[in-house]
Design a protein around this ligand. Structure first.
Ligand SMILES: Nc1nc2c(ncn2[C@@H]2O[C@H](COP(=O)(O)OP(=O)(O)OP(=O)(O)O)[C@@H](O)[C@H]2O)c(=O)[nH]1
Ligand SMILES: [Mg+2]
Length: 717
């Protein structure tokens, strides 16, 4: 048995914008808690957290990393997350595995895109949030303004638990706000008494009885505050702020953060239990995952890593029940089991076997096949399943080619391995061009992956311009038929298919249930025999054949033919979506009919009907958020105007920053990083994620269609 209980565990993610000092804080915390006998440092390449070769070279975090320490009788797990927006997938995964988020803010840079994002994502997950204002030794810090910006953005519940003594290079440590010294130290930039009363106000606000007492008597005791505080933290009505410098030779305010984590972060038992389901369809039952040792073992994988020495490591957070090292683990997604070579306690790049783990523990197992991020694992035959977290859809694509001929297979295999570790990186083969396409969050993201491919697998690639994943759909109903007939000596080929096509999007159909309820039923198709629905394409195939005009055994071939076209498109060679096909009539030949003939007839009829149904191209539209110094607002709006953007919101942020939000076609954004850089002299940042598909304007569509060489499949005729 471990020497601690679930009640003693604290799980903490360090999150925020890049360069705020999260990794330095992790190293400083490990050192203060004596989990490391020397202070690791990003600059020297000795960080426990940024241990990966590429991280050491670049001096920023790329992956989340797991560490642990003991302090005041608590077992504390730390997950350091990368702050660069391109690696947000790693940060989101880490947030799913913890009860507490420490959001690190740079005192010199202020609130940045990822500071706000992480604060909100942690809030969405119901995590307890702590703020750390770091880099207080830096130049040009306006502390009261920063504090105001924090409160304006994150709410007045953000209250100082300690205050800096000296700002900038004279920063020499912190002073408690709750329990201040009799006379305020020189160099404290705020009024301690006022901050203290704001802190007390925030605590009592979460407790009506205490509030009443405070209002009538004017005071509350330290004991009463201590009782009310955990509730206020859990409810998010109080967000404590701590002040630090994690500059290597300073490490000021770090001890206070360490103490605060041990004292204020909730244990897994204090967090709201997660909900899972067992079984599928009608038999699905809700299963509340309680963090009790006696309960069934349930854990969720939040990270995987292929390690040179131990093979694939899968990291999971135990949500209920305990597990021993030699136990069989069952994956709820596949139903298959695997035996690990033991449970591993992780400290950065090193692992130590442990015999057992309990609810709240964050551990790794090696070499259990086919565990993916988001998978639930159990030890019973049918473990309950937790909801799979969602991630932003990557939008920056590049086509890749091997530098050395013959490496194709190895490259796609190795990229797939990298993709397993990163939920915002995808590898696909373009069905039309047969090109291998990698898609990530940005150019930098794909550059990092390219360098990893070289250092880990010794493979090099050449990349081409990004491709825009257009889609094709129809806007009205259409009908067509096709007779496939060939007589070339011996047995001929014969199949004839008559079908109609229907647009599904405007009919409000987006799921199988919609399809059954609103469309593919007897009220619309009187003699409907069956329908097949495919959520990937929002495609439905309806068999409405009467009197055997196409014999039953050929219906699957007709469907197959139609499905072939889904990937290839009819208009410009792009994937189709939101279409239904109703096959209602056909003809066969007693000798010459074959599956092949009906497949071709189905595909050709579908193509003709599609082209007759006013087809349109759809293009991906992204949500864009640009943050720039206010003076560039006009230039940004002017530029976005030329990009077919729809501006939805414009706001000013403390620190004389402006945030512009809107929707823009992805096709207009392929070079935005460089353009934004030149408009704002490198002072702007942006973030985009997939929003939806929208119809391409007619003139743009014409250009794309005439450029695309539509593959003529007549050769199969
Ligand atoms: N002056 C000063 N420098 C700091 C402080 N904390 C960290 N640094 C330095 O700032 C740089 C970035 O620190 P990191 O700890 O890597 O920042 P991070 O938040 O982990 O950055 P990402 O991994 O990119 O998200 C390093 O060179 C650190 O040595 C601080 O409090 N003051
Ligand atoms: Mg880092």
């Amino acid at each position: 048995m471990p020497s601690y209980k679930t009640e003693d565990i604290r799980t903490v993610a360090l999150a925020g914008h890049e360069v705020a000092g999260k990794t330095s804080l992790a190293d400083a915390l490990l050192y203060k808690a004596k989990a490391n006998d020397r202070r690791g440092c990003v600059e020297d390449g000795t960080s426990v957290s940024d241990f990966d070769d590429e991280e050491k070279r670049q001096k920023y975090s790329i992956d989340s990393s797991l560490m642990h320490l003991e302090h005041q009788g608590k077992r504390i797990y730390l997950l350091d997350t990368p702050g660069k927006p391109e690696f947000v997938g790693q940060a989101l995964c880490a947030l799913n595995a913890v009860e507490t988020a420490v959001i690190v803010v740079s005192a010199t840079a202020g609130l940045q895109v990822n500071t706000r994002r992480m604060f909100n994502e942690a809030g969405k997950r119901g995590l307890t949030r702590l703020l750390v204002i770091n880099r207080l030794d830096g130049e040009n810090i306006h502390f009261p303004e920063l504090l105001k910006a924090i409160r304006d953005t994150f709410g007045k519940g953000c209250v100082l638990f300690n205050a800096p003594v000296g700002i900038g290079p004279p920063f020499s440590g912190v002073v408690s706000v709750l329990d201040p010294p009799p006379s305020p130290p020189a160099g404290c930039p705020i009024d301690l008494a006022q901050e203290r009363s704001q802190l007390i106000d925030a605590i009592v606000e979460s407790d009506e009885a205490l509030m009443e007492k405070y209002l009538t008597e004017g005071t509350v005791s330290a004991d009463e505050l201590a009782v009310a505080l955990p509730r206020a933290l859990a409810a998010g009505t109080v967000v404590p702020i701590f002040c630090t410098s994690t500059k290597k030779d300073k490490d000021l305010g770090v001890q206070e953060v360490l103490d605060a984590i041990a004292k204020y972060a909730p244990s897994p038992k204090q967090a709201a239990p997660r909900k899972a389901t067992r079984g599928t369809g009608d038999k699905a039952q809700e299963f509340v995952v309680e963090p009790n040792e006696g309960a069934e073992f349930v854990a969720q994988v939040f990270k995987t890593l292929s390690d040179k020495f131990v093979g694939t490591l899968s990291f999971f957070k135990i949500l209920s029940g305990k597990i021993a090292g030699d136990q069989q683990i069952i994956n709820a997604r596949t139903g298959r089991g695997g035996r690990s070579s033991g449970l591993l306690l992780v400290q950065g790049k090193t692992q130590k076997p442990v015999p057992e783990a309990i609810p709240g523990d964050i551990i790794a197992v090696a070499k259990v096949e086919d565990l993916k991020i988001g998978d639930t694992v159990g030890t019973t035959a049918h473990p309950p399943k937790l909801p799979v977290p969602s991630f932003p859809m990557p939008m920056f694509g590049l086509a890749v080619e091997p530098k050395a001929r013959g490496d194709e297979q190895k490259i796609s295999g190795s990229l797939a391995k990298i993709a397993d570790e990163d939920p915002t990186f995808k590898v696909t083969r373009d069905t039309q061009t047969k090109e291998l396409v990698i898609t990530g969050m940005s150019q930098l993201h794909l550059d990092v992956i390219q360098r990893r491919l070289k250092s880990r697998f010794e493979l090099e690639i050449i990349t081409h311009e990004p491709k825009i994943p257009y889609r094709e759909t129809i806007t009205v109903e259409g009908a067509a038929d096709h007779r496939h007939k060939k007589q070339s000596g011996g047995r001929g080929q014969f199949g004839e298919v008559h079908l109609r096509v229907y647009p599904l999007k405007d009919a409000g159909i987006a799921t199988e249930a919609d399809c059954a309820e609103k469309f593919a039923n007897k009220s619309k198709f009187e003699k409907i025999r069956m329908f097949h629905y495919d959520p990937e394409y929002n495609f439905a195939f309806i068999d409405h054949i009467v009197g055997g005009s196409i014999p039953n055994q050929f219906i699957p071939a007709v469907e197959k033919g139609c499905r072939e076209l889904l990937d290839h498109g009819a208009l410009a060679g792009y994937r189709m979506q939101d279409v239904s096909v109703e096959v209602h009539f056909g003809k066969d030949h007693p000798v010459d009919s074959s599956e092949q003939a009906f497949k071709t007839a189905g595909r050709m009829a579908f193509k003709k009907a599609f082209l007759a149904a006013r087809p349109v191209l759809l293009e991906p539209i992204v949500n864009l958020e640009v943050t720039v110094p206010s003076k560039y607002t006009g230039a940004i709006l002017g530029d976005l105007n030329t990009k077919r953007a729809r501006i939805e919101n414009q706001d000013s942020l403390p620190g004389d920053l402006a945030v512009i939000q809107g929707k823009v076609p992805l096709a207009e954004m392929t070079r935005y990083a460089a353009q934004l850089g030149s408009i704002t002299q490198g002072q702007g940042s942006y973030h985009m994620d997939f929003s939806h598909y929208d119809v391409v304007p007619g003139n743009v569509q014409q250009q794309i269609v005439s450029k695309a060489k539509v593959a003529h499949d007549e050769e199969e005729e």
